[in-house]
Design a protein around this ligand. Structure first.
Ligand SMILES: [Ca+2]
Ligand SMILES: [Ca+2]
Length: 376
């Protein structure tokens, strides 16, 4: 009998197996058991699912009695049946049968054959197939396996499809304030993100490292789908990289993009001891409860740093808010401090070529407030 006819015969037999109610179970390596309920050598005892590296999955089916591979001819065979991740309808099949002196496994849709699968006999009661993931839904699938003999069939699981989860958790809604003053008036700031996975209770870990270093450290861990947040105790003037790593119950892992967060230096930081010239007044609001402010005249702020980024955080609630000139390496920009009134507002930022840069802030009209600064 040709492969096509053997598989077509198995396909017709498979069609008599009704689609089972969807109530998935989880965890890779799951074993499903069946009762001693069908007479004959292909009475199924158990079946398993598993990952085989990044490109293959494995399924086994074991019977109560031993059987010869050469007995799997004509209307005697095993068929593994797979749904897509929504568990509706079997869309892919692996037919196992004996042909021309060897055991074969063909992969098909309802209408045609699309490839082959690996097949082996771990013991005299067990068939093992190794199926390329490219034939299956990359998000996971539901499955059953049936044995067919001329007098009938057996199927496992009997009641509910088993879900084989192949996709790592989706990590979305990453909120990492940069600079941290977008979300906090102290060096401790909140971060949040969202996890979504077909399997319940994915585990996650939030990792961080000082920007430019190699090793990641775990800063928070947890479990579960949905939104998660953590308070990060940063240090004034530091820049950190963050990432989220999440692993589902089946062992599928996902790593988020890397997020950068700078914790500003306060306007009153000792680093700026010689940066202010002229008359600057103090205020007690904003980041760390301190402000410097000045009006046009002889006052200015000047600071030289090596890096690629500068940001100025101010308080624009002041009714005297006017404008200022920011001069970076002699390139001047006028900054309006009277609109979009807010505390802890990033009023100016610039990405710069790597190297040494001198930043000046010069009051132009009204009051100019410096609350915090990022140099990185
Ligand atoms: Ca998953
Ligand atoms: Ca401040």
């Amino acid at each position: 009998m040709s492969s096509g006819r053997q598989a077509t015969s198995a396909l017709a037999a498979a069609a008599i197996v009704a689609l089972l109610a969807a109530a998935p179970a989880w965890a890779d390596g799951k074993v499903v058991r069946d009762g001693n309920d069908v007479a004959g050598p292909l009475d199924i005892k158990s079946a398993t699912q598993g990952h085989a590296g990044a490109s293959f999955v494995t399924h086994t089916v074991s019977t109560f009695q031993p059987f010869a591979s050469s007995s799997l001819v004509r209307r005697t065979s095993f068929t593994f049946q797979f749904t897509s991740h929504n568990l509706r309808g079997f869309t892919k099949f692996v037919f196992v049968f004996w042909e021309r002196g060897r055991l074969r496994a063909l992969v098909g849709t309802r209408t045609r054959l699309i490839g082959t699968a690996g097949v082996s006999r771990p013991n005299s009661r067990t068939i093992r197939v190794k199926v390329a993931r490219r034939f299956l839904d990359s998000a996971g699938y539901g499955w059953i396996v049936a044995s067919f003999v001329p007098s009938g069939f057996d199927v496992i699981p009997n009641r509910n499809l088993v879900f084989h989860d192949l996709a790592g958790p989706t990590i979305s809604g990453l909120h990492f304030p940069d600079p941290s003053t977008e979300a906090s008036a102290t060096p401790t700031f909140p971060v949040s993100f969202n996890l979504s996975d077909a399997s319940p209770r994915p585990s996650w870990q939030l990792e961080w490292r000082p920007a430019g270093s190699q090793a990641w450290s775990i800063v928070a861990t947890g479990v579960g789908n949905g939104s998660h947040s953590a308070q990060i105790a940063g240090v004034q003037g530091a820049t950190y990289e963050f990432r989220v790593r999440a692993t589902d119950a089946a062992g599928n892992a996902t790593t988020s993009a890397t997020m950068l967060v700078s914790v500003p230096l306060d306007d009153s930081n000792a680093a700026f001891a010689t940066a202010y010239t002229g008359v600057w007044n103090g205020g007690n609001d904003g980041y760390l409860g301190t402000l410097h402010w000045a009006t046009p005249g002889t006052s200015s702020f000047s600071y030289t740093f090596t890096g690629t980024y500068f940001a100025w955080i101010a308080n624009t609630l002041n009714p005297m808010g006017g404008s200022a000139t920011v001069i970076i390496d002699s390139v001047a920009t006028t900054v309006d401090l009277s609109t979009a009134q807010a505390r802890l507002k990033t009023v100016f930022e610039a990405s710069l070529a790597a190297g040494s840069h001198t930043v000046q802030i010069v009051p132009l009209t009204g009051a100019t407030i410096i609350d915090a600064l990022v140099f990185r």
